[in-house]
Write a protein that binds this ligand. Structure first.
Ligand code: AMP
Length: 300
């Protein structure tokens, strides 16, 4: 769909493509041709994902739709951000269902490159943000954020968005990428969108499909622990030790397979803090069965 057609179909600001042709673009070259054809006047909101889309991803799309003329979603399971023992090969890839959701939400284009063309065999450039990548998931998943920063920088260069949307669910990722945008003077705004949860409090995640019903119900302990600790913080409890102990007792009561971390860190550099008087994050990573779940709350 070209710019003229787009403007004719557009029903006001936002994801005006709803109900009309959505492009599925597989190569960098095709994306660039498509983008050029739209002209320079339209603002582009960008939602990078690994697919297996759920209401959390769609909230990013909706938020983008309110602020931009068009929204582009990327779907790419990025091998660079998975460790050798992680779930890269079994990560869910329901592309048809994802396309349908995007089409219904008025997304203008899905950019879904194939790994071998996206990363040619001699690909060797990378990008990292040392510092905040040392803690939390950075400590548990060596190389993860290097993989994330590399793919996101590459995607930003291709998609060339005015704004990009990331979920608070992966707060460390969002804060590291915000630093990447600032340090490299990238010409875009990075927005962080609140975590979408099930009614039970469980944060939506593409990995929730791995959970048995029993694991899923036990995993609600993560958000309960986080909310309880946040409430105590709001009432004046600023000791990280005390708040971590509250979360630990709630989580341990759910018989997790393994607790990876229960942390209280500063929002500024993601380093562990003892007293939570400045903006902070309470963050947890816990295994139920083989599934590693993360969640967090912000203390602002
Ligand atoms: P992923 O496909 O898991 O890489 O996630 C793509 C984007 O969706 C990331 O910015 C995530 O932080 C965001 N996201 C994932 N789950 C949620 C959720 N429950 N609520 C809001 N955003 C989310």
């Amino acid at each position: 769909m070209g710019k003229k057609q787009f403007q004719a179909f557009r029903g006001g600001a936002g994801n005006g493509y709803a109900g009309y042709a959505m492009e599925i673009i597989k190569t960098v070259g095709d994306y660039r041709v498509w983008r050029k054809d739209l002209g320079p006047d339209l603002t582009v909101g960008f939602v990078p994902t690994m697919g297996a889309l759920h209401a959390g991803h769609m909230k990013l799309v909706e938020t983008s739709g309110r602020a931009n003329d068009i929204t582009v979603v990327s779907i790419f399971v990025n091998p660079l951000q998975f460790g050798p023992a992680e779930d890269f090969s079994r990560y869910p890839r329901p592309f048809e269902a994802d396309s349908l959701l995007c089409r219904e939400a008025g997304v203008a284009a899905i950019f879904a490159p194939e790994a071998p063309t996206f990363y040619p065999p001699d690909f060797s450039a990378y990008c990292e943000v040392p510092g905040p990548d040392r803690f939390l998931d950075g400590a548990s998943r060596p190389g993860h954020f290097r993989g994330v920063c590399t793919v996101v920088l590459k995607l930003f260069n291709i998609v060339n968005p005015d704004r990009a949307y990331f979920g608070q669910k992966d707060i460390q990722q969002a804060l590291i990428l915000r630093k990447l945008v600032r340090d490299f003077s990238l010409d875009l705004e990075l927005e962080i969108v609140e975590t979408v949860r099930e009614a039970t409090g469980l944060a939506l995640s593409s990995r929730n499909v791995y959970l048995t019903p029993d694991e899923k119900s036990r995993a609600t302990a993560l958000s309960r622990g986080l909310f309880r600790a946040k409430e105590a913080w709001t009432r004046g409890e600023k000791s990280a030790e005390t708040l971590k102990a509250m979360m630990r007792s709630e989580i341990e009561a759910s018989s997790p397979t393994r607790i990876d971390y229960i942390e209280a860190v500063s929002q500024a550099d993601l380093a562990p803090a003892e007293t939570l008087s400045k903006p902070s994050v309470l963050a947890v990573a816990v295994f139920y069965g083989k599934t590693r779940l993360i969640d967090n709350v912000l203390l602002d």
